[in-house]
Design a protein around this ligand. Structure first.
Ligand SMILES: *Cc1c(COP(=O)(O)O)cnc(C)c1O
Length: 401
């Protein structure tokens, strides 16, 4: 799904990152895991014109589309500041850099997430503490988080600095409980909303639920562009100003004034232009995703564990992820019948080779390990046809009968 990304090592049969053209050209009877073609066909004239306008005005970097997109995103997320950037990973990194997180600091993250959540912490030189997740929602467990913070405070010389809560599969993390903990221990709260932009909690939009929120516009995310892209959301004007500077090499008062060590982390004008068009149908798409999820849950509940959305959460269903003890059998059964599925994630991050050593702490992520063995994500998207939904449901049911 997230194409190369989420899947990198793990995902073999569905590889939308390296393989977007073939995903786009899926024949009629093939069930797409994520259907990027149907959306393009729907928006083709508007997107083609938007791209042509950028090529005409020639402001490829920081063109007018970037500012317009940031304004629209800020309004949608009900935050004061949105800084678009080069990817969801860079959005996370920019937030940690702006907070000056570094060696000697501890950053707490769930172990059941995409690798980018851990990678950015490691890049700052801070120590990553992998925490366990909730049995039902797959998101960071507040109890496990608090236990990990207490352990770090008593057993180490590191300073707890920040928590990255991940909104896995499109559903916001338990921000009220996590916020209570981050307030009590004076930690920063960063929301990894790469999969959840467009969702909400207690009626408040994703983007406004943490001190700083990062999202991704990777093509397969609920709001995706045609390349890499991301955005940072915050109400904090000082952090927003630092992130704006970091995204252009730590620029100061003019182009050749460098006041901090930064990155090249801007969003292309072309991608902003494409996103502005996609935003015009985003709300409708979320409604359509919701309908697919409701049908799956109605017809598969009782056969497998279907996703649980916490009260007061609205998910954008980046993934529809079931769980079963027969995961591997089910996934090969589906493959044999041309029903695509994917495992997010086949290994919790504290088990990954890259995250071993003195700057990585496994705080005991037992449930994350169990999820890795049981989860399976089914085809999902606003353009998944009724008949394709029916085929997915029939084949899953058939496996169990
Ligand atoms: C996709 C994803 C990211 C990274 O986003 P990119 O735009 O691909 O860099 C980070 N965290 C999570 C949870 C993701 O799913």
């Amino acid at each position: 799904m997230w194409s190369t990304e989420i899947g990198s090592a793990a995902l073999t049969e569905v590889n939308y990152v390296t393989d977007v053209p073939s995903a786009v050209a899926a024949p009629e009877d093939t069930i797409p895991f994520i259907d990027l073609r149907a959306q393009y066909e729907r928006l083709k004239p508007a997107i083609d014109q938007a791209i042509a306008r950028v090529l005409e005005h020639g402001k490829y970097i920081m063109g007018p589309e970037v500012a317009e997109l940031e304004e629209q995103l800020a309004e949608r997320a009900q935050v004061d500041h949105v800084i678009t950037c080069s990817s969801g990973t860079d959005a996370l990194l920019l937030a940690l850099m702006a907070w000056e997180i570094g060696p000697g600091d501890a950053v707490f993250i769930p172990s059941f997430t995409f690798t980018a959540t851990a990678e950015v912490v490691a890049l700052t030189g801070a120590t990553t503490v992998f925490c366990d997740v909730d049995e039902r929602t797959f998101n960071l467990s507040p109890t496990a988080l608090e236990r990990a913070i207490e352990t770090m405070l008593s057993d180490s010389t590191l300073t707890p600095k920040a928590v990255i809560a991940v909104d896995l599969f499109g559903q916001p993390a338990d921000y009220p409980s996590i916020r209570e903990i981050t307030d009590r221990y004076h930690l920063k709260l960063l929301g990894d909303a790469a999969q959840s932009f467009g969702g909400s909690q207690h009626g408040r939009p994703v983007g406004s639920l943490a001190d700083v929120t990062a999202t991704s516009f990777f093509p397969a995310k609920p709001l995706g562009c045609y390349g890499d892209g991301g955005a940072v959301f915050t109400d904090d004007p000082d952090i927003a100003a630092v992130i704006r500077s970091l995204r252009v090499h730590g620029q100061g008062s003019n182009k050749y004034d460098t006041v901090r060590v930064g990155l090249t982390a801007r969003l292309d004008s072309l991608q902003a232009a494409i996103l502005l068009q996609k935003l015009t149908v985003f709300d409708e798409e979320i409604v359509a995703r919701q309908a697919v999820a409701e049908r799956y849950s109605r017809e598969l509940g009782g056969i497998v564990d279907v996703p649980v959305v916490a009260a007061d959460n609205q998910s954008v269903w980046a993934q529809y992820t079931i769980a079963t003890d027969q995961r591997d059998q089910l996934s090969s059964y589906l493959r044999d019948r041309d029903v695509p599925s994917a495992v997010y994630y086949p290994s919790p991050l504290h088990r990954q080779g890259a995250y071993q050593g003195p700057r990585f702490v496994d705080a005991g992520a037992i449930i994350a390990e169990r999820h890795s063995q049981r989860v399976l994500s089914l085809p999902m998207g606003p353009y998944l046809t009724d008949s394709h939904q029916g085929r997915v449901i029939d084949e899953v049911r058939r496996h169990f009968y």
